[in-house]
Design a protein around this ligand. Structure first.
Ligand code: AMP
Length: 531
């Protein structure tokens, strides 16, 4: 029997990325600006060397293939080492978002059955508090105070990566952008590799040998948009900052000659405000990737006027995360500046590798025309789109493999996606999720509240902020201030609604559920006071 093909076996495992970076771009620098203001420099060869040592250190801790290795950390070179060290040991890298609440942190680490946790000293108090609640973590390693260095320093790095299959899992990210408990998305080596290669498309990250990338998107957010993987494939110079203060970011951009950066709109707004307040010019970047929330028009305009290409991207934790990126059209040169801004303000076109469609909201199946007018539920499929959440019994996709994003949008005839709404009951503030259902449940715990509904309202700094609409029980007269004080004990401070409005009735659907759609359209002219 002849072989079906005659090409070599070179499995799509992500350690090939760091091998390539160390071999072909070994001296390309990886700079870290630490929280205490100090800076260190290593390079891709150093990252690989340390990752091999970490792989041995994990083996010394008894880590076996498939075990979960968690991180609770900001962006820095040691965190990057851990990405490759964890997957290189055959483990599953689990990046935990330190901004989540304690009960979510407890749930996530226990659900993932993490065995090792690497954490920044800044999170030590949190780690100490959580330790009694985390039932599976056996080993805690702090990145700072020499602890990480001496842990991996005990090894010689003379080893090979663990033997894994390309369909084996390599990374686990939880998303709280759904109702109920956070859900885990388990990426595979193959899916991560294909996603990394796709990120190199010119209309996506467009990296080359001269790229100096400062990722502001945290390494615990949706795999940092795949940058630590794609960056290795391209051999970019990375500049990491363990703090996200605009002053620090702007200084680094200038001093390290940063060409590219990536972050949620709130990050860019902070940079604008810092530059304006200090009468400084905006750093001159070649590309600014903006995603996680819709990039506002004024932001796109200002960056483009500064000579920066704005790559406005849409994606989800469930999609690894790249789905679409704003791409110049074939007739870009003929477009006016305003037309270009309008195109970039939409969510862009799918990168090669994923398919999009919109369907009727009523049946979630009837495909809608790509006519630039008809809006519907957005669905996606492709090799780096979730099939089933971690440990879930059922698939998260329909029979044809489509995943329902919970976003609502229009597809234009040229394939450009324009998001218009969201069906999932969550509010995204500064890139982090707020559950409207949990806010409503907390408010309903007040004896004077008959019913409460939370919706996200546009906010210039945070993109969206929650507003709570409340129906009082007859005969009661609770005030907004009293209700706010009550909520303070029940939800995190940054979840507190920016406004509480008392109304006579909350609209309901035919099945008796709160109709957020009707509530939103009733208050479509609503403007937040500080907005
Ligand atoms: P996450 O899984 O936390 O990355 O959140 C994914 C969700 O963020 C998407 O389903 C959208 O609701 C929202 N989102 C991401 N990118 C954009 C964008 N460019 N414009 C509007 N919403 C976005």
């Amino acid at each position: 029997m002849p072989d079906l093909g005659a090409m070599q076996d070179w499995s799509l495992v992500v350690t090939h990325l760091v091998d390539h970076a160390a071999r072909e771009h070994g001296t390309r620098e990886i700079v870290t600006r630490w929280a205490d203001g100090s800076q260190t420099r290593t390079d891709w060869a150093g990252i690989r060397r340390d990752a091999l040592k970490m792989k041995q250190a994990l083996e010394s801790c008894g880590i076996r293939k498939g075990d979960r290795i968690a991180t609770l950390a900001m962006n820095h070179a040691r965190h990057l080492v851990s990405w490759y060290g964890a997957v290189g040991a055959g483990g599953i890298l689990h990046t935990i978002n330190p901004r989540l609440f304690e009960d979510q942190l407890e749930y996530i680490a226990n659900h993932a059955e993490d065995r090792v946790l690497l954490y920044d000293a800044a999170f030590k108090p949190l780690v100490e508090k959580m330790k009694p609640l985390w039932t599976t973590i056996e080993q805690y390693i702090c990145y700072d105070d020499g602890e990480f260095e001496s842990w991996i320093g005990a090894e010689d790095g003379d080893t090979d990566w663990a033997d894994v299959d390309e369909r084996d899992p390599c990374m686990l990210c939880y998303t709280s952008g759904t109702t109920g408990n956070p859900k885990g998305v388990l990426y595979e080596h193959r899916s991560t590799m294909l996603h990394a290669l796709s990120g190199m498309q010119p209309h996506a990250f467009d990296f080359d040998a001269s790229t100096v990338m400062l990722p502001v998107v945290p390494m615990f957010h949706a795999a940092s948009w795949g940058l630590p993987w794609t960056g290795a494939a391209a051999g970019v110079k990375f500049v990491f900052s363990a703090v996200n203060e605009p002053e620090v970011l702007c200084n680094l951009m200038t001093e390290e000659k940063v060409t590219d950066s990536a972050g949620v709109p709130t990050v860019w707004l902070g940079i604008f405000q810092y530059c304006d307040a200090n009468d400084l010019p905006l750093p001159k970047l070649a590309t600014a990737t903006i995603g996680g929330s819709a990039a506002p028009r004024f932001m796109i305009e200002r960056l483009m006027k500064n000579g920066t290409r704005v790559a406005h991207a849409w994606g989800m934790t469930e999609t690894s995360p790249i789905g679409t990126v704003g791409a110049p059209t074939h007739d870009w040169a003929e477009k006016s500046f305003d037309e270009k801004v309008s195109i970039v303000a939409m969510q862009g076109r799918p990168v090669f590798g994923v398919e999009l469609r919109t369907v009727e909201l009523d049946d979630m199946a009837t495909e809608l025309p790509r006519d630039g007018r008809t809006s519907g539920a957005l669905q996606i499929r492709g090799p780096w789109v979730v099939k089933r959440y971690f440990k879930a019994e059922e698939d998260a996709t329909n029979v044809d493999g489509w995943f329902d994003t919970g976003d609502v949008g229009i597809i234009h005839p040229d394939g450009t996606l324009q998001l218009t709404d969201r069906t999932k009951d969550v509010i995204k503030s500064g890139g982090e999720w707020i559950s409207s259902v949990e806010l409503e449940n907390a408010a309903a715990g007040h004896p004077a509240v008959a019913e409460a509904a939370a919706i996200g309202m546009a906010h210039p700094k945070w993109d969206e902020r929650p507003v709570l609409f409340v129906v009082r029980k007859p005969g009661t007269n609770v005030t907004g201030e009293e209700l706010r004080a009550f909520l303070t004990g029940h939800v995190a401070k940054w979840w507190l609604p920016d406004a509480i409005e008392f109304i006579d009735e909350i609209p309901h659907t035919a099945t008796g559920k709160i109709s957020k759609k009707d509530l939103r359209s009733r208050f479509s002219d609503y403007v937040l006071e500080d907005a």
